[in-house]
Design a protein around this ligand. Structure first.
Ligand code: FAD
Ligand code: NAD
Length: 475
């Protein structure tokens, strides 16, 4: 007799495992299937985010940033450290330990919530049945009242720069390097290109990033992107915009990358090449032909605003569906779907999904950019405050960047908040909360912010939108 569950989730990344836990909290019987296997041969829950994405990249960003600051900043504080060295093996060991702790923690969370964590492959069959093939043993058919597909995404491969796992590598390989490449090339100055380019630049690589678009971070506000670009240049990141790459050839361990920009044909030679040109939804052997699930032309599982597929009782969440490929977006979709299945009213407010780029300075935003607001035709006002005028930022020796608030002229609604600077990824939460509560700029203006704190820069930017900044000359 086959096992049956109220809910079967395929995929235990941040979208799937969160959905499973939330559903179990509602009293459902839940199984969560995942097949992720790490380089050490161990299977682990947590998906891309915990094993090969958010968490390991942030661990390396932290280590490399501390190394950089020890070399370039400690002296200003009067700290005498002598020669600073970097033990790459120790750095990688720390990263792996963090990943192991956190992925192990998910196993524990599933157990504590009585979710059956199943290690192996899941495939949706017709009639809400799931074929589960464990890593060892025979496949079984599991009956489910509801199914959530949370199969995530994988890196896009360029036909002329195929991954070889050694010299032309994806973001996962780039997180696992055991030595600092002398010359590192990156195709794509998106989030991964900038974050991983920063890691290896700080550790000593000569980094060249080739970006097809003419603008850096096209999705960010222009003022923020140009402030960030200036800083990246100072850090020695060689970002070449408008670069159309046509070939990458490996010869004796050296990659020659050919590209064209407005000055004509160009080429660079590097020791490693990271290809970071985006990710695509992953649905490999996930759906039986008669499962009834529709994919769009780019391979995303088609869902409505509430993540319902066209098969009743089958949902899809996270990177395998439309919307930004961000862990927190997937998790919130997982929560929404579990709540909907439990009969509650739930929704995801896609207008206030924060974006953070964990470079130094960090870049973070929520809502519309000034260009988008301008295009919408709504009258607006903006206020900015530079971290150079923040006492806390000065004390931290991190005065690069600014906060920019964009608000509606008519009713003072906050339309977007954009930050480049220290802890931007933490500061943006205030703006997200404010926008979630439909706050006005005046609400932030009248909110008491601790002194001295970086958050005062958000306060002052909100004041500046009405030319009321108190610690900066209003323009
Ligand atoms: P995934 O995390 O990809 O998980 C999907 C899981 O499903 C995988 O474990 C996979 O093994 C499993 N699976 C798939 N098909 C099957 C099947 N048929 N049977 C069994 N199991 C299956 N996002 C952020 O928000 N912040 C960041 O700082 C950030 N940094 C990143 C850094 C890097 C280098 C990368 C690559 C990504 C980063 N992301 C970040 C993006 C983030 O990792 C993804 O948005 C997030 O992991 C998506 O979650 P998900 O659950 O939809 O999919
Ligand atoms: P991305 O979409 O952020 O950036 C890809 C970049 O590559 C773009 O700027 C694009 O113009 C460029 N590009 C595409 N094709 C190119 C070509 N042929 N030649 C040169 N440039 C080209 O994608 P990513 O950086 O690969 O990241 C993938 C996903 O992972 C993103 O959706 C991102 O949201 C997520 N992620 C998030 C974080 C974070 O939240 N901090 C960190 C890493 C990754």
């Amino acid at each position: 007799m086959s096992r049956s569950f109220d809910l079967v989730v395929i995929g235990a990344g941040p979208a799937g495992y969160i959905a499973a836990i939330r559903a179990a909290q509602h009293g459902m019987s839940v199984a969560c299937i995942d097949e992720w296997r790490n380089r050490d041969g161990n299977y682990a829950f947590g998906g891309t985010c915990l094993n090969a994405g958010c968490i390991p990249s942030k661990a390396l960003l932290e280590s490399s940033e501390l190394y950089h600051r020890a070399q370039h900043e400690f002296g200003k504080h009067g700290i005498v450290v002598g020669d600073v060295g970097m033990d790459i093996a120790a750095m990688q060991k720390r990263k792996t330990a963090i990943v192991r702790q956190l992925t192990g923690g998910i196993g524990g969370l599933l157990k504590a919530n009585k979710v059956e964590g199943l290690v192996g492959h899941g495939k949706l069959l017709a009639g809400k049945r799931v074929e589960f093939t464990p890593v060892e043993g025979d496949a079984e058919i599991i009956e489910a009242k509801h199914v959530i597909l949370a199969s995530g995404s994988v890196p896009i491969e360029l036909p002329f720069a195929k991954f070889d796992g050694e010299t032309i590598i994806d973001s996962w390989d780039a997180l696992e390097l055991d030595a600092v490449p002398e010359r590192l090339g990156v195709i794509g100055a998106g989030v991964i290109g900038l974050e991983l380019g920063s890691v290896w630049r700080r550790l000593g690589s000569e980094v060249t990033i080739l970006e097809a678009m003419d603008d850096l971070l096209y999705m960010a506000d222009r003022d923020i992107a140009s402030a960030a670009a200036r800083d990246f240049k100072k850090q020695g990141l060689d970002i070449r915009l408008g670069a159309k790459v046509s070939a990458a050839t490996v010869d004796a361990g050296v990659v020659r990358v050919d590209y064209e920009d407005k000055s004509g044909a160009q080429s660079i030679e590097v020791d490693r090449l990271i290809v970071a040109v985006g990710r695509r939804p992953y649905t490999g052997n996930l759906l039986a032909d008669d499962a009834g699930i529709q994919l769009d032309e780019r391979g995303f599982i088609v869902v409505d605003d509430e993540c319902r597929t066209r098969v009743k009782g089958v949902y899809a969440v996270g990177d395998c569906v439309r919307g930004p490929m961000l862990a927190h977006k997937g998790s919130e979709e997982g929560v929404m779907v579990a709540d909907l299945i439990a009969g509650e009213v739930a929704e995801v407010n896609y207008d206030v999904v924060p974006s953070v780029v964990y470079t130094a300075p960090e870049i973070a935003w929520v809502g519309k950019t000034e260009t988008e607001v301008k295009q919408s035709g709504r009258a607006y006002k903006t206020g900015s405050f530079p971290f150079a005028a923040s006492g806390r930022a000065k004390a931290m020796e991190q005065t690069t960047g600014l906060v920019k608030v964009i608000s509606a002229e008519d009713d003072d609604e906050i339309l977007g908040v954009h930050i480049v600077g220290p802890m931007a990824g933490e500061l943006i939460s205030e703006a997200v909360l404010a926008m979630e509560f439909s706050a006005s700029t005046e609400d932030i203006q009248r909110t008491i912010h601790a002194h001295p704190s970086l958050a005062e820069a958000v306060h002052e930017a909100a004041l500046a939108a009405d030319k009321r900044a108190l610690n900066y000359v209003n323009r």
